[in-house]
Design a protein around this ligand. Structure first.
Ligand SMILES: [Zn+2]
Length: 420
């Protein structure tokens, strides 16, 4: 069974084989330095899905026949968003803390403890219901791959059930026992690190792919972080690090030294940090929703891009510092507040996220990619930033299956963005 989606106003492929289109228009353009991956798109395009994968992309006029056809009506089609940083296993909410922060109180890492208390008091079914609601919210907005962290349990039993629940909704599960030191270990942080590296890791590792640590003043220092990542690696988990969010610090260097897939936040970087990211396989994952929601300075994305670092954008969806699940909002912030081009921002939210999860099958629409697509009610990707806050996602495919939105009409009555 093959499906042809045709009359696509702009097809973002992020695939080099799309090549530059003679005559320009909204055709392919390099949005990233060589080696860091490139935005690429085809105007007036078509795409064929077969066996859950992308079988063909190219100009609509040259599209091959297929078993069924879908008319995109001139709308844009992009790779599904890849949200490589989210904290979705929790109970409770912190709306009052947000309101107080907007009234002038600063964000501190200790606020996490509020959610820890609520999460420990919740039943499995309450956590599962909240998690599934959020996962559905992501998917409906076009996020077809997402990472999900533990980190609001902070006991062996509560971390174990957090990663087990996360594994019900995504293969990209991260063990974040090292989120903060819980209250019962006040005065004994070494004892907590021993637990995180010992019994808690043993119970969580079978359900997780990744190990993460919040390396920051008020959370975990560089030696503790390195020890936790090393213990995780010994248990078969790959590293990622919350780094340099609240101030300058050792997080990025710890991440690069550990061969982490990603250093996340990267708000306060030294020249040495930028060099380390640019010369390593560690992706710089920027989370502009956090700076928006905590009213903090944004990371310097252009400095990282100019140095040749690979940049991803993710939501950091969590009940404390940033409670958005919208990759579209994060793209708009990256463009408006961090001065990324629309091409750079969309690449970072798709292919960049895939790099941060070391996934070659998502984040692009080259032949053989998983057929994860988001269709916008707009003629180009630019509208994600041009129309901030507007729900533009009209249909979402995951592995070739329409999983959200209505099947686009077979008629061409909304041809190619005329009048919009
Ligand atoms: Zn986070």
């Amino acid at each position: 069974m093959s499906t042809l989606i045709t009359n696509i106003g702009e097809l973002v492929t992020n695939a080099p084989q799309a090549g530059p289109r003679p005559g320009g228009g909204t055709g392919s353009r390099a949005g990233q330095p060589p080696g860091a991956g490139s935005f690429a798109a085809i105007a007036d395009a078509a795409l064929v899905i077969e066996g859950g994968q992308v079988a063909w992309t190219g100009p609509a006029a040259r599209a091959p026949a297929a078993d069924e056809a879908v008319d995109a009506g001139g709308r844009a089609v992009l790779p599904g968003f890849v949200d490589s940083h989210a904290h979705l296993v929790f109970a409770g909410e912190r709306g009052a803390e947000f309101a107080a922060r907007m009234a002038g109180q600063p964000y501190r890492a200790g606020g996490i403890r509020t959610t820890v208390a609520a999460t420990r008091n919740a039943t499995d079914d309450q956590l599962r219901a909240n998690l599934r609601r959020l996962a559905a919210e992501l998917l409906a907005q076009g996020t077809t791959t997402f990472e999900c962290k533990s980190g609001y349990g902070l006991t062996t039993a509560d971390e174990q059930r957090s990663v087990a629940l996360a594994a019900e909704v995504t293969p990209e599960v991260t063990y974040l026992g090292a989120h903060v030191v819980p209250p019962e270990f006040d005065g004994d942080p070494a004892g907590y690190v021993a637990l995180v590296c010992g019994e808690m890791l043993t119970e969580c590792a079978p359900h997780a792919r990744w190990v993460d640590v919040f390396c920051e003043q008020g959370a975990f220092g560089p030696d503790e972080a390195a020890a936790i990542l090393a213990a995780g690696a010994a248990a078969g988990l790959q590293a990622r690090v919350h780094a340099n969010q609240l101030g300058p610090g050792p997080g990025v260097q710890v991440a690069v030294a550990a061969g982490a897939a990603s250093a996340d936040h990267c708000t306060y970087l030294s020249d040495a940090d930028v060099d380390a990211l640019a010369s390593s396989g560690t992706v710089a994952t920027l989370l502009p929703g956090v700076e928006f929601s905590t009213r903090q300075p944004y990371p310097d994305a252009l400095r990282l891009l100019a140095a040749g670092a690979t940049v991803a954008i993710a939501t950091d969806c969590n009940p404390g510092s940033c409670f958005t699940s919208s990759m579209a909002l994060c793209i708009a912030l990256a463009v408006r507040e961090m001065r990324m081009t629309t091409e750079q921002a969309v690449w970072a939210a798709t292919a960049g996220g895939a790099r941060a999860l070391r996934r070659a099958d998502v984040g692009h629409l080259g032949a053989g990619a998983r057929a994860d697509l988001v269709m916008l009610d707009a003629p180009s990707h630019t509208y994600l930033a041009y129309r901030p806050g507007v729900p533009l996602t009209t249909a979402v495919w995951q592995a070739g299956h329409l999983v959200s939105g209505d099947r686009p009409a077979a008629s061409a009555s909304r041809g190619r963005g005329r009048g919009r």
